[in-house]
Design a protein around this ligand. Structure first.
Ligand code: FE
Length: 206
């Protein structure tokens, strides 16, 4: 298998959000899509390492905010590089509202939102796939949707890493072999980036 072939797939970027008894969760995903049109169904895959996956499993509900090209890097840091187990990612964020299911969506960073009810859950190993019907959806503006390629080319700052360091291509996290005491090559295959939870294969050597 040449994994580089997978880099040629194109993706959108979304904030996947959920709500459970006074708690609000959310994370960045690139795995949402319309799965069928009669009846209209969505699919979304979430890493099991994400607290959001647990919350959706429990509540059977989620909302997708479709990010547009005007979204700053700080929004990716807020939703992608910290865990909902430790912080409320929605705290202090302006530009949010609750949909009919009581779940937050982004009113300024998104060009649309889609509020969903889970009908099927499929265990894919590293990820859970949720199939869902749409409870509610709305267009918020006409700015172009952000793609994964646009994020890499225009939004993510170049990481400041010394030569020879291992850097996460997704979020810019630098793995310091000396500080960690374990050479990068010796990390287990299921090791994930502590910031964005992407796998070892998304790291590259500077
Ligand atoms: Fe990362």
């Amino acid at each position: 298998m040449n994994e580089k072939a997978l880099y040629h797939l194109s993706y959108g970027l979304f904030v996947l959000s959920c709500h459970e008894e006074g708690k609000d969760g959310g994370c960045i995903v690139n795995t949402a899509m319309q799965a069928a049109n009669v009846p209209v169904q969505m699919s979304v895959c979430v890493s099991k390492a994400n607290y959001t996956a647990e919350m959706i499993q429990k509540t059977g509900r989620f909302t997708l905010s479709v990010l547009h090209e005007g979204v700053p890097f700080s929004l990716f840091e807020r939703f992608g590089f910290q865990t909902g187990r430790e912080v409320d990612k929605w705290e202090g964020l302006s530009g949010k509202a609750r949909d009919g299911q009581g779940i937050y969506y982004l009113t300024e960073a998104a060009n649309a939102y889609i509020s969903c009810r889970v009908t099927k859950e499929i265990d894919l190993g590293s990820h859970l796939m949720f199939i869902a019907e749409i409870a509610e959806s709305e267009v918020l503006c006409e700015k172009p949707s952000m793609t994964y390629a646009y994020y890499f080319a225009r939004v993510k700052p170049a990481p400041k890493a010394e030569k020879g360091a291992w850097v996460c291509k997704i979020c810019g996290y630098v793995y310091d072999e000396e500080k960690e005491g374990i050479p990068f090559a010796d990390l287990p295959e299921d090791w994930v980036c502590p910031l964005c939870k992407h796998p070892k294969s998304d790291f590259e050597r500077r």
